[in-house]
Design a protein around this ligand. Structure first.
Ligand SMILES: [Zn+2]
Length: 318
């Protein structure tokens, strides 16, 4: 009876274990036993391998993460650098933009000036070919075919007949003001000019200068024959009777003061002003007056031109 009774009890325990004991598997064997006996060594190694792989993967992931971080940092640095450069460019741009604007404005201004000069009507109705605007200087000798009539003035002098009246009137009016003007030079032929020039060259040669040096220095005081304005019969040297020296002090005489102020009323200009030496290539001569006509003289006076500058001004409209 006992044996019969005990048997089901075991079974009961067994069945109980089958379902509830976690240490017994479906074959009614303890799990530890199953593990040690049922797993193939290959599988075990695979598992070990997979663990290793996992570790490797984790390592790789870690390395990749590091790489990604590094990349992000590098990209950020590049981005910051780019932004910095853009800011720099922006800082520079306004300066260059101003520069460009200035250049553009300058161009516009220049073109405006050109337009003004080309499109506007000249303020004066004169031509560079007008007889009273003939330009004779170092670079523009008197043309060989230049013809005009001479009229005697002030007893021993000659002038272009067209200006004889004007020069005479100016001298008379100065005298009527109580002044003592003296006409010392007027029309001069090329022959006379040659004599004057050669004499000056001789003077410098006596001082020990070479022929070339003497001619160069002489030409600064006496125009090379053919290039003197006195050949035109339109130029006159007037000094004060009280100071008959051709130097800068001539400008201090009452005669010169009056002439400089009034000459334009008679159609004359002071031909070689002190501030135009570089253009005229002639030293300051506060005694040399040139006839250009009243309108031209007034315009030249107003603009502060010398004759060379006035000719250039008129050329714009021709
Ligand atoms: Zn002169």
């Amino acid at each position: 009876m006992k044996s019969k009774h005990m048997a089901p009890k075991r079974n009961y325990i067994n069945t109980k274990y089958r379902t509830q004991n976690p240490y017994i598997d479906a074959n009614n064997l303890p799990i530890r036993h199953i593990k040690s006996t049922s797993i193939n060594p290959r599988i075990k190694s695979r598992k070990l391998n997979s663990r290793k792989n996992n570790r490797n993967l984790q390592k790789k992931r870690k390395i990749n993460k590091k790489k990604v971080r590094l990349l992000i940092i590098i990209l950020l640095i590049i981005l910051i650098a780019i932004i910095h450069n853009v800011k720099k460019d922006k800082k520079i741009k306004p300066v260059s933009a101003i520069g460009n604007l200035e250049i553009e404005n300058a161009n516009i201004n220049n073109s405006n000036l050109e337009l003004e000069a080309n499109s506007s009507i000249p303020e004066i109705d004169s031509k560079t070919t007008d007889w009273n605007l003939i330009l004779v200087n170092r670079y523009n000798p008197l043309p060989d075919d230049y013809e005009f009539e001479l009229t005697s003035i002030e007893t021993s002098h000659k002038a272009d007949s067209r200006v004889a009246e004007s020069i005479t009137k100016m001298l008379e009016d100065a005298r009527s003001e109580g002044l003592k003007p003296l006409l010392c030079s007027s029309y001069r032929s090329i022959d006379t000019q040659t004599k004057l020039y050669n004499n000056k060259v001789k003077e410098y040669k006596k001082e020990g200068l070479s022929d070339k040096e003497a001619k160069e220095k002489a030409s600064f005081w006496v125009a090379i024959p053919g290039t003197s304005e006195h050949h035109t019969g339109l130029a006159f040297d007037i000094v004060s009777m009280d100071y008959q020296v051709l130097d800068e002090k001539q400008e201090e005489t009452d005669v010169q003061k009056w002439l400089m102020e009034n000459c334009s009323n008679y159609g004359f200009i002071l031909r070689y002003p002190t501030n135009k030496k570089k253009i005229t290539n002639i030293n300051y001569e506060p005694w040399h007056y040139r006839y250009v006509g009243i309108e031209n003289a007034k315009f030249i006076e107003k603009k502060g031109f010398c004759l060379e500058e006035y000719i250039e001004y008129l050329k714009q409209f021709e």
